[in-house]
Design a protein around this ligand. Structure first.
Ligand code: HEM
Length: 349
C-alpha cells in the first residue's frame, strides 16, 4: 500500500468520526438553560411566557422592550438604543447555535469527506505526455499578486469566522477561558479588518479576470462531458474551463456579494441597523460562508493535489507546454496560431 493511500485512509477515518460527532456540535451557550439577566427581564419573560416565540420570518420577532433602568436614553425615540430585550433574540440564538451551526458543520465535513473520497477513488487529472520543458506564461505578476491577496484574506476570514462560530463549543472546553478569550478577540479583530480588505481584493480580482470568464459554446461541451473530471479524458478548454468560470461567477461574484453585503451590515452597527436586520444578516452570512468555504476547498484541491502542474501557474506564473495542451487545448492553439509560444529549450529566441 502506498503512503498516499494510507494517508487518505486515515483522513477518511478521522472525517467519518468527525461526521458522527457533528450533531453534538452546537455553537456557544445552551439556549434552554439561559437564565434571565435580571428582574426586569424575568418579568417580561413571565408576562410573555404563553405567547409563542415569534418565528424566523415574523416581524413580531423584531418587537422591542424598553429598558426602564436606562433613563438617559428615554424619550429620544431611538428604539434600538433603549432596547433591553427583543423577542427575536431568543429565536436567533436558538437557530444560530442549533440547526444553523449543525447544518454548516455537516456541509463542511461532508465536503472534506467528498474531496478525500474523490482523491482516493478517482485520483488526480494527470498529463499523459511527458513535459517538453517549454514554459508558457499563464499568469503575470499582477494577476498572481491579486490572486494571493484575495486567497490570503479569504483564508484569514474563513479561519477567524470558524473560530467565532464554533470556537465556544469546540475550543473553549479544552483551551480554557484565558486562552480562548485571546483567540476569540484576535479572531474578531482580524475578521473586522480583513473583511473590508477582502471586498477590495474581490473587486480588483473581478476587474483583473472578468474578460477571461465569459461563457462560450465550447463551455457547454465541457459541461456535458463533466469536464472529464471522473473519466480522466482531457476535454478541450480555452484560457479558463467552464468549471473555473462557474467558480468565478457563483463563488467570487455571487457569494462575494452576499458576504460583503451581510458582513458590512454586521460591521457597521454604529449606523444603527435594527437587531432584526442584524439577525438576518447573520443567518445569510453563515450560509454564504458555509458554501463559500466548501467551494473554496474544492478549488484548492483542484489547484493543488487534483491537477498536478497547476500550482506552479499560481506560484511562479508558468506551466509546461504539455500541461497547457492537455488542460487548455484551445488556449494553447490560439497562442500557437498567434506565434505567442516561447522558444523551446535550445531554440534561438
Ligand atoms: C468571504 C469570506 C468570509 C467568511 C468565510 C466569513 C465567515 C464568517 C463567520 C463563519 C462568521 C461567524 C458568524 C456567527 O458566529 O454567527 C462571521 C462573522 C462576521 N463576519 Fe464574516 N466572513 C467572510 C467575509 C466577511 C466580510 C467581507 C465582512 C465585512 C466586510 C465580514 C464581517 C463579519 C462580521 C462583522 C462578523 C461578526 C463578527 C463578530 O461576532 O464580532 N465577514 N464571518
Amino acid at each position: 500500500m502506498t503512503e498516499a493511500f494510507l494517508l487518505a485512509r486515515r483522513v477518511l477515518a478521522a472525517l467519518s468520526i468527525a461526521l458522527l460527532l457533528a450533531p453534538g456540535l452546537r455553537a456557544a451557550v445552551p439556549h434552554e438553560d439561559a437564565v434571565p439577566a435580571y428582574a426586569e427581564e424575568q418579568t417580561i419573560l413571565q408576562a410573555e411566557k404563553d405567547t409563542p416565540e415569534p418565528g424566523w420570518f415574523s416581524l413580531a420577532s423584531g418587537r422591542n422592550h424598553m429598558d426602564r433602568h436606562y433613563l438617559g436614553n428615554f424619550g429620544r425615540n431611538d428604539a434600538e438604543q433603549e432596547l433591553i430585550l427583543q423577542r427575536g433574540g431568543n429565536t436567533w440564538r436558538t437557530l444560530r447555535n442549533g440547526p444553523v451551526a449543525v447544518i454548516s458543520a455537516v456541509i463542511l465535513i461532508l465536503t472534506l469527506l467528498g474531496i478525500a473520497g474523490f482523491w482516493r477513488f478517482v485520483g488526480p487529472a494527470r498529463v499523459d505526455e511527458p513535459e517538453t520543458g517549454r514554459r508558457i506564461t499563464r499568469f503575470n505578476a499582477w494577476q498572481r499578486t491579486v490572486h494571493w491577496a484575495t486567497a490570503i484574506s479569504f483564508l484569514v476570514l474563513a479561519f477567524s469566522g470558524v473560530v467565532i462560530l464554533f470556537g465556544k463549543k469546540l475550543l473553549l472546553p479544552w483551551m480554557g477561558h484565558d486562552l480562548f478569550s485571546w483567540l476569540a478577540i484576535i479572531s474578531k479583530y482580524l475578521h473586522n479588518v480583513f473583511g473590508p480588505l477582502f471586498i477590495l481584493c474581490s473587486l480588483v480580482m473581478f476587474v483583473t479576470f472578468v474578460h477571461h470568464n465569459f461563457f462560450d459554446r465550447g463551455d457547454w461541451t465541457w459541461i456535458k462531458r463533466g469536464g472529464g473530471l471522473v473519466t480522466h479524458e482531457h476535454v478541450p478548454a480555452g484560457y479558463f474551463n467552464a468549471g473555473e468560470k462557474l467558480w468565478f461567477w457563483a463563488g467570487v461574484v455571487l457569494l462575494g456579494l452576499v458576504m460583503s453585503a451581510t458582513g458590512l451590515i454586521l460591521d457597521f452597527t454604529n449606523l444603527r441597523p435594527t437587531r432584526y436586520l442584524l439577525q438576518w444578516a447573520d443567518y445569510l452570512h453563515v450560509a454564504g460562508a458555509t458554501f463559500y468555504i466548501a467551494a473554496a476547498l474544492g478549488h484548492i484541491y483542484i489547484g493543488t493535489l487534483g491537477t498536478p502542474g497547476a500550482y506552479t501557474a499560481m506560484r511562479r506564473g508558468t506551466v509546461d507546454e504539455s500541461w497547457a495542451k492537455a488542460h487548455h487545448l484551445e488556449w494553447y492553439e490560439s497562442l500557437r496560431r498567434r506565434g505567442k509560444l516561447p522558444p523551446a529549450a535550445g531554440e534561438p529566441s
